[in-house]
Design a protein around this ligand. Structure first.
Ligand code: BGC
Ligand code: BGC
Length: 867
């Protein structure tokens, strides 16, 4: 944060966007130089001083953060023990404490050799590379890593490692665990007592599998719901985040000062992502937060003081930037705000290779992060190179010995407080291995209560709800009997995809809960995904909504629900037309523009992502035998609900705040729930995706399609990250560039003409962009040179590009900018483009593409193609 604080927000935003674009363009070349050739860029600045609380050295624009008293008092005995252990450590051992590899890329043998301070399992990592590995394999692997560390040769005392995991809505990496609603639903619940119970259950289930540390709670205050992680936040407003933060920490860790603190069945908690993750421009994940220093502290930072008061022992630095500076390298935030102002004395862990995004750094080398105050690097697959470079940097003085010591001191302090030195191997700890407690009835009851209390009723025309359980109910929609869909991302797999009901042995679908309730009362419930029926039902419940996603994969250009595919709307309309009263249960990770769907429903329930206890939905929708509600709706929106497609950001307190349903809205059975028909008008001339991105981070804008075409044939849409044309002439597969599967490799076999195309949801209008001299920018890597002419095109117009590809060095990322006016000259109607990007050849070619965007080119205007 060295940029002037006087930049007004609006200006700041434009400024940062321009910078972000410049960086994006710059990174293309830079990444090629570092990752591909293995050459490390030299670190930019000499080391900053180690954290020395006495000498405040904040930059001029630093605002003071509150002085906080941690719930965990400094204990002189603990501190003496830290110093004693530290004094006996070799420098190699110290560096290893600060590095956290992922179990997909590190073995117990590596642990024995290096003696790492910690390991993690990322969202896609699991024992034996099996995402559905049984709980006992998790515990066995925890033992293996612990044994490896404890049987290694140590210079002094042996230091046990800690295993961290994303138990972000229950211990959801493990099959059979209780899966709670995602935080967005918990925010609607407004019940801090239940939050604490959720923390307790989550910690207990983690302890069964021998895992020590939870990367939770997320304290993001989400300001733009286009963000793919909106559902990980409790609210758009600091008030709820503030009231939940400490309670979740206490549930996970126990109460400081009591004997149970970090004892049996408890885990270390980490608040994340410090700070400002929920406030990036346009809701771009890992993007830039333009907030003023005061907004950053008072809005985005609101959850941290209560988390520290409750004794949180770890804090994860954010991937994102603040006014252009990556948080992971920001000393004002990590050292001054967190450790000096707020007196945080636990340790700061980085996010997944996030240090590699700090200027001057790569995944395998980043003194700037440790010098800024990072204590532990999350280095999933980069740990080996990072270990070597960090060790060298300490030896050369680029990282001061005192700074390394301070990092290790913090890690040791937490391990001692957590009793790690006394605990036996994971499987010998209390509760470990009692797998019958995973998803136990008591645990599931807590989750079911959370589901009941998090449902928000938005419409109840003529008091259709509660339904009588004695009638004949049709249950439709692809979310009705789909536990994966009702659970969302971060469920068994990172994205929450590729799993089915059989992977939830202790879960219940929403239909499952309805069937149970209705059957018990003598009614009938029929599952019919497509809504067809033999005898006309008394009412229909349609469960539909967003498909699971996590992180940047969920970023969207607008908050319109399913802009291209209107099958859910058609289903609602069909039932309504048939005169059947329709209840919509909407599953989503954020408020969305669903005016047409609300109009087509008599009752509309925002259920968010309720998790494994679908039965909680029936608990509220159905009356008892006497027709009285069994449970009233308690949920109140913790995010404002939009009236128009283009309303994001939209937050309580905005000037001209004009939501459809305000923050805090939620009907009860006592309310009149009628709603007049809503406007279904969408803004004309839809533009490209957020920031002009046509393809990036592995996805096309919401509702758009990546298609592959053979000559004369229709484009076959690519679902997921791999696919082929009907003839197999052209294939596509996911490849990694900056992140996992964020790029695509296209292989043309040379058996005839075929094209890769991006198809817009509705024709887009790029007239303004073409007039403004913008370009179509493509980041690509030639993996095998073309054997025949190649074209790049929009709609039916093409430009030759084979010459450029033949000249490009094979295996290196590069970027090309083609002025939009070239396509206009070639005959494209810029006001109505259905296929904004097309790439074709009849020859052989292997080409990887990581980004396609409409933006202003960095250099002078490029050429209109190259024969
Ligand atoms: C990991 C996640 C991580 C993501 C970051 C995935 O492979 O499993 O835990 O957040 O990569 O890009
Ligand atoms: C996410 C974090 C997560 C980490 C480990 C990152 O990509 O941003 O929230 O804790 O991966 O899986």
């Amino acid at each position: 944060m060295k940029i002037s604080a006087n930049v007004r927000p609006a200006q700041g935003q434009a400024w940062t966007r321009a910078l972000a674009l410049a960086l994006l363009l710059g990174t293309a070349a830079c990444t090629a130089a570092t990752t591909e050739s293995g050459v490390e860029t030299a670190p930019a600045a000499p080391s900053a001083p180690a954290d020395a609380p006495a000498q405040q050295s904040a930059s001029a624009d630093h605002v003071r953060w509150p002085s906080v008293k941690s719930g965990v008092a400094r204990d002189p005995a603990v501190e003496a023990r830290v110093e004693k252990i530290l004094a006996g450590m070799s420098v190699e051992e110290k560096v290893a404490q600060t590095i956290q590899p992922d179990i997909a890329s590190v073995t117990p043998a590596d642990m024995r050799r290096y003696k790492f301070g910690s390991i993690l399992n990322g969202g896609n990592s699991a024992p034996g590379n099996n995402e559905t590995a049984p709980a006992r394999e998790w515990l066995a692997l925890a033992d293996a890593f612990w044994d490896a560390a404890m049987s290694a040769e140590w210079a002094g005392e042996k230091i046990p490692p800690i295993w961290g995991s994303d138990a972000v809505h229950g211990h959801t990496n493990v099959v059979g665990a209780t899966i709670f609603p995602h935080n967005i639903g918990l925010g609607a619940m407004r019940n801090p007592d239940v939050i604490q119970k959720i923390g307790e259950v989550t910690a207990a289930e983690m302890a069964l599998t021998g895992i020590d540390w939870d990367f939770s709670p997320t304290l993001a205050v989400v300001r733009d719901d286009r963000w793919g992680r909106s559902y990980e936040g409790f609210s758009e407003d600091p008030e709820i985040v503030r009231s939940y933060a400490g309670r979740m920490v206490e549930g996970l860790q126990g109460r400081p000062g009591t004997p149970g603190f970090l004892g049996a069945g408890k885990v270390i908690s980490s608040a994340k992502h410090f700070v400002g993750d929920g406030g990036t421009s346009a809701g771009k994940d890992q993007g830039d937060n333009p907030s003023t220093p005061e907004e950053l502290r008072d809005i985005h930072g609101a959850g941290y003081p209560p988390a520290i008061e409750a004794g949180v022992q770890a804090i994860m630095a954010s991937f994102s930037s603040v006014r252009g500076e990556k948080t992971t390298g920001d000393r004002d935030l990590l050292t001054v705000a967190l450790k000096e102002d707020m007196n945080f004395d636990g340790f700061v862990v980085g996010d997944w290779n996030a240090h590699g995004q700090v200027p001057g750094c790569s995944n395998t080398s980043c003194s700037a992060a440790m010098n800024a105050g990072l204590d532990m690097y999350m280095a999933p697959d980069s740990w080996r190179g990072l270990y070597d470079s960090t060790l060298a940097q300490v030896r050369s003085g680029e990282i001061a010995q005192a700074r390394l010591d301070e990092a290790v001191r913090r890690i040791l302090r937490v391990k001692i407080r957590a009793g790690m030195f006394e605990k036996p191997k994971p499987s010998a700890r209390p509760m470990a291995g009692e797998f019958n407690r995973l998803g136990s009835p008591e645990h599931r009851a807590v989750a079911r209560q959370a589901v009941r209390e998090s449902l928000v009723l938005l419409k109840n025309q003529n008091k259709l709800l509660p339904l009588s359980p004695k009638r004949n109910v049709l249950v439709a929609g692809d979310g009705a009997d789909n536990i994966a869909k009702q659970s969302g991302g971060w469920t068994i797999t990172w994205q929450g995809t590729g799993i089915s009901n059989k992977d939830f042995p202790n879960g219940q679908s929403i239909f499952g809960g309805i069937a149970e309730t209705v059957k018990a009362a003598g009614g009938t419930a029929t599952l019919s995904t497509d809504g067809s029926y033999k005898s006309k039902p008394d009412a229909a419940i349609v469960v539909f909504g967003e498909e699971p996603y996590a992180e940047f994969v969920g970023d969207r250009p607008t908050i319109e629900y399913s802009p291209a595919d209107k099958k859910d709307l058609e289903l609602l309309q069909k039932l309504k037309k048939a005169g059947i009263p329709v209840v919509a249960v909407f599953l989503s990770g954020r408020p969305m523009w669903v005016n047409p769907e609300i109009n087509a429903s008599d009752a509309f329930v925002a259920a968010f992502l309720p998790g494994s206890e679908g039965g909680g939905v029936a608990d509220v929708l159905f009356a008892d035998a006497a027709g009285k509600p069994r449970n009233d709706f308690k949920g109140k929106l913790s995010y404002s609900w939009p009236k128009r497609v283009d309303q994001s950001p939209l937050n309580r307190g905005d000037t001209n705040y004009d939501p459809l349903f305000a923050y805090g809205f939620g009907l009860t059975y006592a309310d009149a729930g009628n709603l007049a028909p809503l406007s279904e008008e969408r803004p004309a001339g839809a533009r490209t995706g957020a920031d002009g991105v046509l393809f990036g981070r592995g996805t096309v804008p919401g509702g758009w399609t990546l298609g592959l075409r053979d000559e004369g044939g229709p484009a076959s849409p690519v679902a997921g990250n791999a696919g082929a044309t009907g003839t197999g002439r052209l294939r596509v597969a996911g490849v990694d560039r900056r992140a996992q599967e964020d790029a695509r490799r296209f292989t043309w076999s040379g058996q005839g003409w075929a094209a890769a195309q991006i198809l817009a949801a509705q024709p887009i209008d790029l007239t303004r962009e073409a007039n403004g001299e913008l370009s179509l920018i493509l980041d690509y890597r030639v993996d095998a040179a073309p054997s025949a002419p190649v074209t790049i095109g929009m709609d039916n117009a093409t430009l030759p590009i084979g010459g450029l590809l033949r000249a490009a060095p094979v295996g290196q990322w590069a970027s090309v900018a083609i002025p939009l006016r070239c396509f206009a000259t070639a005959g494209v109607d810029m006001s109505r483009i259905a296929i904004p990007f097309s790439f074709a050849t009849a020859g052989r070619l292997t080409l990887s593409i990581s980004d396609v965007r409409v933006a202003s080119a960095a250099g002078p205007q490029g050429r209109c193609g190259q024969e």
